[in-house]
Design a binder for this molecule. Structure first.
Ligand SMILES: Cc1cc2nc3c(=O)[nH]c(=O)nc-3n(C[C@H](O)[C@H](O)[C@H](O)COP(=O)(O)OP(=O)(O)OC[C@H]3O[C@@H](n4cnc5c(N)ncnc54)[C@H](O)[C@@H]3O)c2cc1C
Length: 397
């Protein structure tokens, strides 16, 4: 039987391998690292003496491909989050706490309820979202919708920075438009925040490997692929810089943005949602998970040279203020992912390749391929599904 080789066991490669195995194909999954998961993984941290994720990953219930992937491997119930579409925020400048609360249906009547919408906004302000609906690749987020008072500062800015991981003065509004169309515009039922209750590996990675093994897939961890056999059916799901090395001449995104996560050993009351958006601070989001309080700084290239101790002290002071915690800095771990995602600028979007290559045996997957979505779990999984479909079906677009 024909073997299907998948290079890279990040979420794109895992999704592709699962789809192929589900269709009864012989799968060989190659992963350079000793553990699978790529940019979404959990591990034991000796300093904190517990397992942590490399970074907080926020999903929304409208991430259909992701939810389907989790149902396939049997872990949809391993996600947690608020029961409703609610987003708690704390403004570090004013000290105000509020909750954005969407109604579940498609008709957004939450906009007309002052207790549900963003404080300081009027219903007419939300017409701004229509501007985003018309966004093209060349439209920059800040130029298109920025400077628009409370709605931008208190909602669009933190959402956009999380989705695009790119400074908003240079980020294209197009992928943000796609995210909003698949979540908030579909109504609150598609916008419920979700994240792993235990860890990324427990939800996305380890059960997928077990699921694949149970279906006879061969998993080769710790084995870096250094060349591609043009006669073998192959899905290349490695990061863009590796893909460009393996396939000279391939045009791929080549500018990246960091994400910095600061994990503090601190148990706090997780509240209704188990996370908060932070307005006016260094980090944009903070998650309470068991004994760890973990803050995320997106578009973090500007902090690449900042010292860990200095950054941790600064972020902890903000968390202490926002959540009413003690001033003493607890044990912490700073995790910097310097190439967390490609920069979602118009020029970089234009470098995203299609799934198919000139070789009919070789297709591409990864959050950096041309999914229309920003570099996210949903984009990675969708790219993996598309790659598997393309290699199985010559007629697949
Ligand atoms: C800190 C952080 C926070 C994030 N937050 C969010 C979030 O909140 N929500 C969200 O949706 N997304 C988030 N993302 C993005 C998300 O993690 C990625 O989009 C997704 O994990 C990318 O998966 P991938 O399979 O495309 O790539 P990768 O995870 O990079 O997988 C590629 C794999 O290929 C392997 N590989 C490389 N070279 C070779 C080789 N030669 N041979 C074999 N294997 C090779 C790598 O080791 C890796 O395992 C975040 C990312 C980071 C880093």
């Amino acid at each position: 039987m024909t073997e299907y080789h998948v290079i890279g066991a990040g979420l794109a490669g895992l999704a592709a391998a699962c789809l192929l195995a589900e269709r009864g194909k012989d799968v060989v999954l190659h992963e350079a690292a000793k553990a699978a998961g790529g940019r979404a993984r959990s591990y034991f941290d000796a300093q904190l003496n517990c397992r942590i994720d490399n970074g907080n990953h926020l999903l929304l219930s409208g991430n259909d491909s992701t939810m389907h992937y989790l149902r396939r491997i049997g872990t949809e119930d391993s996600l947690t989050g608020p029961a409703d579409p609610v987003f708690p925020f704390v403004d570090l400048c004013s000290g105000a706490h509020w909750k954005l609360r969407l109604n579940r249906g498609r008709l957004p009547w939450w906009i007309f309820a002052p207790s549900m919408r963003v404080p300081g906004t009027r219903p007419a302000d939300y017409l701004l979202l229509l501007k985003l609906r018309r966004a093209g690749a060349g439209d920059l987020v800040e130029r298109l919708v920025g400077g628009a008072g409370s709605l931008y500062r208190n909602l669009l800015e933190p959402l956009a920075i999380a989705a695009l991981n790119t400074p908003l003065d240079i980020a294209s509004a197009l992928p943000l438009k796609v995210v909003l169309a698949e979540t908030i515009e579909r109504g609150g039922a598609s916008s419920i925040p979700r994240f792993p209750a235990i860890g990324l590996s427990e939800s996305f990675v380890d059960p997928a490997l077990a699921w694949l093994q149970a279906r006879g897939a061969e998993i080769r961890l710790g084995q870096r692929v250094t060349a591609i056999d043009p006669d073998q059916k192959t899905i290349l799901a490695a990061p863009p810089w590796v893909a460009a090395e393996l396939l000279p001449g391939l045009i791929v995104p080549d500018e990246f943005e960091a994400i910095c996560n600061l994990h503090f050993k601190a148990q706090v009351d997780p509240g209704e949602a188990k996370f908060w958006g932070l307005i006016g601070g260094t980090a944009e989001w903070v998650f309470a998970k068991g004994e760890i309080l973990s803050a995320t700084i997106s578009a973090a290239n500007r902090y690449n040279d900042a010292g860990n101790a200095e950054l941790a002290a600064k972020v902890w002071a903000e968390l202490a203020k926002a959540l009413g915690l003690g001033a003493e800095l607890p044990e912490y771990r700073v995790v910097r992912e310097k190439r967390a995602t490609f920069a979602a600028t118009p020029a970089q979007l234009a470098r995203r390749p299609k799934t198919r290559t000139v070789n009919k045996n070789l297709v591409l997957a990864g959050d950096w391929t041309d999914t229309g979505l920003p570099a996210t779990i949903e984009g990675a999984i969708r790219s993996g599904n598309a790659a598997a479909e393309a290699i199985l079906n010559p007629g697949y677009p």
